[in-house]
Design a protein around this ligand. Structure first.
Ligand SMILES: [Zn+2]
Length: 102
């Protein structure tokens, strides 16, 4: 009987394209900041975005998050930091202290 797998789709708040949720990340508003909901199960209203900087920049420029969460002046810094970490690929802890050679 044709077990059709229905893929859940969401609209990216950056480029406004509809895509499968597996290609998107969920963003939630915690107080006045946007946070990445990596598990996709945080409570509350969510916004979806492609995990790349161009979509994030577009979302910021077009106030996509503000619209999605019906808030204004949301801080998207946590999302861009998360994206930076993700795109750098490697865990590069900033705690690496320069040892004094001697
Ligand atoms: Zn997008």
């Amino acid at each position: 009987m044709g077990a059709s797998v229905t893929q859940t789709q969401r609209t990216c708040v950056g480029c406004r394209e509809v895509d499968a949720v597996k290609h998107l990340v969920r963003i939630v508003a915690v107080n006045t900041a946007c946070q990445v909901d990596e598990k996709g199960n945080a409570a509350g209203r969510g916004a979806w975005i492609h995990p790349n900087s161009s979509c994030l920049n577009r979302a910021i420029r077009t106030h996509g998050f503000d619209r999605a969460f019906r808030k204004s002046g949301l801080d998207c810094e946590p999302v861009s930091r998360w994206l930076d970490n993700k795109s750098s690929g490697v865990d590069a802890p900033e705690l690496t202290r320069e040892k004094e050679s001697g």
